[in-house]
Design a protein around this ligand. Structure first.
Ligand code: SAM
Length: 276
């Protein structure tokens, strides 16, 4: 699964938007009046969902009027949240075209086309001019990125001097060899996990400084354990991210928790800067 097409097929094939709208209907959410809060259980499509986006946002120096880029934006929930919370503009790019189509349609549903815009593309080759953005972030994307150097170089290139770069990911743990399936790979193909210390080295090589690494393993473990409990009690909500993970969802969540516990993965949040 190493080529971009197979990574994109892994994440989302077919009409993702219709699947989301169908789940909204089952949950009694009216598409005419839907809000970003109502979309949050699905469109913050990463471990721990919206609470993790909010915590990342709390740590970012974003001001009104800033232009920010979300690399690997998925369905666009984080971008819409940041644009609404900080009154900034967010560009999103993602390698999975059905996600980008859904991201733009969901944005229309909540009337935020003025503040966020999504396009199809690869974070290893960004379609933006040098020094365009006041900040960039990438949430749970880099596990699928074969050329970390190119990905970080491109992020650095499109940032203004002094701008921030933030990433959250599942790094490789001390023990390594994660159990699969996982959200980013069914069998280990297309997965390119790196130890957090290696990620820091590549960030430095590509020009970033002031690098702060936070271990988020305990929080993620708690989040996964809650999801496992919910699933076992048969109380999964009609509108939740499991609708996108498919029938492997229970196994994926159990493996994600087990990998952290066994030191096979090491989730981190990293915030750094392009030097001024
Ligand atoms: C777990 S989802 C996270 C989506 C979004 N960041 C969020 O937090 O809601 C991972 C996303 O990374 C995207 N992705 C993987 N490799 C990518 C790449 N090289 N460039 C852009 N997007 C990529 C996938 O298509 C998928 O949408």
């Amino acid at each position: 699964m190493a080529d971009p097409k197979s990574i994109s097929d892994h994440w989302g094939k077919g009409d993702v938007f219709s699947r989301i709208v169908g789940a909204m209907r089952s949950a009694g959410i009216d598409r005419e009046t839907v809000t970003i809060e109502q979309l949050a259980p699905v469109d913050h499509f990463h471990a721990r969902g919206f609470p993790a986006t909010r915590e990342l946002a709390d740590a970012l120096p974003i001001e009104a009027g800033y232009r920010i880029v979300d690399i690997g934006c998925g369905l666009g929930g984080p971008a819409r949240y940041l644009a609404d919370r900080f009154q900034c503009h967010v560009d999103g790019i993602d390698i999975t075209e059905p996600f980008v189509v859904a991201a733009n349609k969901l944005t229309e549903l909540v009337g935020m086309q003025h503040a966020v815009r999504f396009r199809h593309g690869d974070g290893q080759n960004l379609p933006y001019a040098d020094e365009t953005f006041h900040g960039a972030y990438t949430q749970h994307v880099t596990m699928n990125v074969p050329d970390r150097g190119a990905f970080f170089r491109e992020a650095c290139r499109v940032l203004k001097p002094g701008a921030f770069f933030a990433l959250t990911e599942h790094g490789l743990g001390e023990i390594g060899q994660p159990h699969h399936p996982l959200p980013w790979s069914e069998d280990g193909s297309g997965a390119y996990l790196m130890r957090p210390s290696e990620t820091v080295e590549v960030l430095e090589q590509e020009g970033f400084s002031d690098i702060t690494v936070t271990n988020t393993g305990d929080k993620y473990l708690q989040g996964y354990n809650q999801a496992i409990k919910l699933a076992e009690s048969g109380e999964l909500p009609a509108f939740g991210s499991h609708i996108l993970l498919g029938k492997l969802a229970p196994q994926i969540v159990r493996n994600a928790a087990r990998n952290i516990k066994e030191g096979r993965t090491h989730p981190v949040q990293i915030i750094c800067r392009k030097p001024a």
